[in-house]
Design a protein around this ligand. Sequence first.
Ligand code: IYR
Length: 228
Amino acid sequence: MKGNLMEETPFSFVPYQGEQFEPAEMLKRSEAYYQWMNQRRTLREFSDRPVPLAVIENIIMTASTAPSGAHKQPWTFAVVVDPAIKAQVRQAAEQEEHENYHGRMSDEWLEDLQPFATDWHKPFLELAPYLIVVFRKAYDLLPDGTQRKNYYVQESVGIACGILLAAIHHAGLVALTHTPSPMNFLQNILQRPENERPFLLIPVGYPADDAQVPNLQRKEKADIMTIY
Ligand code: IYR
């Protein structure tokens, strides 16, 4: 049965064909990759400059190479391009965020956010050329309505989002990992099936010409790593 081939066909094994490097080359590559990834920044100020949809498709296909529990690939990526849908998303997100900033978030939380100068206004939800809404599939729904379990869904989708962010950076674009809360409005606006739950809302595009980012420091090696 096409579309559900994996349900019926057990995996066979094939030779692994990934690249390998000698230690010196490995060191050079790993250092260069770190330096390059260290330039990735979260942005909140986007340009409306168009980006080809094919680039976004490649980025999403890259994210879909993530490992997942029992290879269930428990994710879907909804790409919002339509300005009318973006406007609905913005309206709903701002409504929730207004409540968050006016009573739902603790004083400690608000204090922690103060350096970032965020508030309930989310213009980037209309400005950015694309909103990628990542859904986690709590379970799979077969065409006959039966449910199939997925495993380690949070971990799997979290890893896919990490790879998505690296692919966005690799394309020279920027993103915001946005989590308006609660975000079930995304399931309604995008009319997703009941087994899909919103995981992250990621505006993607070029940065605004005058975009600024907080002057953050990342933790030192000694603060994040222990060798036994
Ligand atoms: N979701 C809110 C608040 C917010 C929370 C955290 I934690 C952040 O790192 C940033 C913002 C908002 O989007 O403004």
